[in-house]
Design a protein. Structure first.
Length: 241
């Protein structure tokens, strides 16, 4: 009888040991196998991501909440990237002055023929609690008789600053110079106020006429210096960027 009890106890200990050591391991392996085979479906709506607008970029720039000249990276000359930027600049001047106008056409011709010096920079901001990267392009052309500068945000194509000196404007008659100069400035102001929802004291704009270059029977060609762009909060009412 005593031997039977001893054998029974030994068998019970063996069973308990097996249960303690191997059963949890087996359960864990089964759970892991189930996880690897299980397919979980989640809905993801890309439209819920924050979409930044030109108006928002303009406001962020005005309030000094974005930095446009940190970590500058030069764009390689004569590259496909440079040509993409050149086309973006031409599209922006079309928006400013109107495509194919007497002011825009000679300016775009000069931009298309000249060598660009371009730099990129970027910064990260939060929009509706989503991190969003902004990319800025700063380009210039500097020749003996011509200087052109522009800075814009690449994703939204938001113009931040623009300057050209001099460029040529053709007028039908000398008596129309001042009137047409006022019309150009009015058009530029409409761009900032209507496209970017800026107030009159939140951007700068000037169109300065110099001497007449020549008359060719169809009107006068006049040199003009044009500057416009978004101010910063501490520059309200100033004409400096």
């Amino acid at each position: 009888m005593r031997n039977k009890k001893t054998i029974g106890i030994i068998l019970l200990l063996i069973v308990l040991t097996f249960a303690v050591v191997f059963v949890p391991q087996r359960i864990s392996e089964d759970r892991e196998a189930k996880r690897t085979k299980e397919i979980t479906y989640r809905d993801y709506n890309a439209s819920e991501r924050a979409v930044l607008t030109g108006e928002q970029v303009a406001r962020l720039y005005y309030n000094r909440q974005i930095e446009t000249n940190s970590n500058l990276r030069m764009v390689e000359s004569n590259s496909d990237d440079e040509e993409i930027i050149r086309q973006e600049i031409l599209n922006l001047t079309d928006l400013l002055f109107g495509k194919g106008t007497d002011l825009n056409e000679p300016l775009n011709t000069r931009i298309g023929e000249s060598t660009l010096s371009c730099y990129r920079s970027s910064c990260l901001i939060l929009v509706d609690n989503h991190p969003t990267a902004l990319n800025f392009v700063n380009c210039c052309i500097k020749d003996n008789d011509f200087v052109f500068e522009i800075i814009y945000e690449e994703k939204t194509k938001t113009l931040l600053g623009f300057a050209v000196e001099p460029t040529t404007i053709r007028f039908q008659g000398s008596g129309e110079k001042e009137q047409n100069s006022t019309e150009v400035e009015k058009q530029l102001r409409a761009f900032f106020e209507e496209n970017l929802s800026l107030g009159k004291n939140e951007y700068y704009c000037s169109v300065e006429l110099s001497e007449t270059v020549e008359g060719d029977g169809t009107g006068d060609r006049v040199k003009a210096v044009i500057r416009c762009g978004i101010l910063h909060t501490d520059e309200k009412g100033s004409d400096k960027n």
